[in-house]
Design a protein. Structure first.
Length: 132
């Protein structure tokens, strides 16, 4: 059976604090013979946790999460791996929606949905429409 990581475990892996829990998370990840999964929701919560509770700058938080998602032991359950990789490689236009809106947009695109939004910046993206 696969293991799905909770936000608290991901934050320990990313921050190393508190040290005893971070060590336990690293040991669990290294010892796991099962697939270790991270959902897009946990990725989103982890990004906000790094930014708002740990005061990690956007670029550093984005790089740290992208690196974790690129770990071959980690399976992403949604689109976060691609969204965070694009965000760290500069392939996203500066006029693109914010990181979380990109995650939402990519998820809906993958499920063949159009995003309905009041956000004028997001509405300019392919696959989104402004609610009038």
């Amino acid at each position: 059976m696969s293991i799905g990581l909770d936000t608290s475990v991901v934050l320990r892996l990313l921050t190393g604090a508190p040290a005893t829990q971070a060590d336990a998370a690293r040991v669990m990840l290294a010892a796991s013979r099962d697939t270790v999964c991270i959902s897009d929701l946990v990725v989103s919560e982890s990004y906000f946790g790094l930014r708002h509770h740990y005061a990690v700058p956007h670029a550093e938080a984005t790089r740290a999460i992208a690196a974790l998602l690129d770990d071959p032991r980690i399976q992403c359950t949604g689109v976060a791996r691609r969204v965070f990789r694009d965000a760290t490689t500069g392939t996203v236009s500066r006029s693109a929606p914010g990181l979380m809106d990109q995650l939402i947009l990519a998820d809906y695109r993958a499920n063949q949905c159009t995003v309905a939004t009041f956000d004028r910046v997001l509405a300019k993206a392919d696959g989104a429409q402004l609610v009038a």
